[in-house]
Write a protein that binds this ligand. Structure first.
Ligand code: ACO
Length: 311
């Protein structure tokens, strides 16, 4: 009977039908979705930290308003995504517990520091640019609640990317010192942004199955290539140099070829040894502990309201 259910499930996926929370699904499908959606949610929440660092120091009111809105959007994305994961039968407390204990992963990119204002531009341009490349196909993911959450998230990401690029443009067209700051941020964020797409296809444990289940629509390497192809002309327009001596356009394939990624750096970050891993988890633990009274008050309030309604 299990085989028949599996067959029917795959037929529905192949026919591009959305799978909904109450539908039958293979245990592996449920597990990989909980893994991916919760990692994605954690990335949004941890991703608020590197940029939050600059809210009080944004150079103008306009920049501050945009940055505040962006960081707030990321908090919202995290919350939609936790809700999408909860439809698969896992509780939010459990998911947060996995993040705080170090059991759950979140994107490698958020373990790098943001020492200068140009980092805010580079994050918007490159990190959100990479996020869009990876996430637009997720709007067509086979799991309904995840696909629907991604539609709004992608629209907001697109605003984030533009504010970052516009910020980089202002710096690149500014004083020599501002242009140097922009170049330095590009130098530091370029390679980590390429790593965001995950290990190369031959090292990617989940890709084949996730593509068959139509969770993923394109492989890690395909999306990375698209990102490079889209971003190199943007760097040229800014008058900045991508820090890769091997980067060149191949007129025959119509794609940019790029140098080898340092996977040792990526693996060290995944093991918790990146420049900011400890600081990030520490900040999340503190936020969780400091917010305990809010959660307790909300539960007490809900209980009182329920009791009042029963009287
Ligand atoms: N950072 C941290 N871990 C990563 C990264 C990364 N950049 N890329 C891959 N990994 C992890 C995977 O989570 C997986 O770990 P696990 O088996 O312990 O769960 C392992 O490396 C192997 O990778 P894959 O087999 O390629 O995993 P998968 O098929 O899930 O692909 C990907 C990885 C592309 C990140 C996918 O999960 C995805 O599309 N996720 C949704 C998007 C997302 O999470 N974006 C977060 C950053 S963007 C933002 O928040 C602004």
């Amino acid at each position: 009977q299990e085989a028949a259910l599996q067959g029917r499930f795959q037929e529905r996926v192949d026919a591009e039908e959305k799978i909904e929370p109450r539908d039958w699904m293979p245990e592996g499908y449920r597990r990989t979705l909980v893994r991916q959606i919760s990692q994605h949610a954690h990335s949004e929440i941890v991703g608020m930290l590197p940029e939050g660092n600059w809210i009080t120091r944004a150079p103008t009111l306009r920049r501050k308003v945009a940055l505040l809105a962006k960081v707030q959007d990321e908090g919202g994305h995290g919350l939609y995504l936790y809700s999408a994961a909860e439809t698969l039968g896992v509780s939010r407390d459990e998911l947060v517990g996995q993040l705080l204990s170090g059991k759950a992963k979140y994107s490698s990119i958020f373990n790098y520091p943001t020492p200068t204002w140009a980092d805010i531009g580079a994050i918007g341009w490159l990190v959100d640019g990479a996020a869009i490349m990876n996430q637009v196909p997720l709007c067509r993911c086979s799991y309904g609640p995840y696909a629907r959450a991604m539609v709004r998230i992608c629209r907001e990401e697109s605003f984030h990317q533009r504010q970052g690029y516009e910020l980089m443009l202002a710096l690149a067209q500014g004083t020599a010192a501002q242009k140097r700051m922009a170049q330095d941020a590009l130098n530091r964020w370029w390679w980590p942004s390429l790593m965001m797409f995950g290990p190369s296809d031959d090292q990617s444990a989940h890709s084949a199955q996730n593509m068959a289940w139509k969770i993923k629509r394109f492989s890690n390497d395909e999306l990375r290539q698209r990102f490079v192809d889209a971003t190199v002309p943007q760097a040229e327009f800014l008058g900045l140099t991508i820090p890769d001596p091997e980067l060149r356009f191949n007129a025959e394939t119509g794609h940019y070829e790029f140098g080898a990624i340092d996977w040792t750096e990526f693996n060290e970050i995944l093991k918790g040894n990146g420049p900011c891993n400890r600081e990030r988890i520490e900040a999340r633990r503190k936020a969780w502990d400091d917010g305990a009274w809010v959660r307790e008050a909300a539960v007490a309030h809900a209980t009182k309201r329920k009791q009042r309604a029963l009287k």
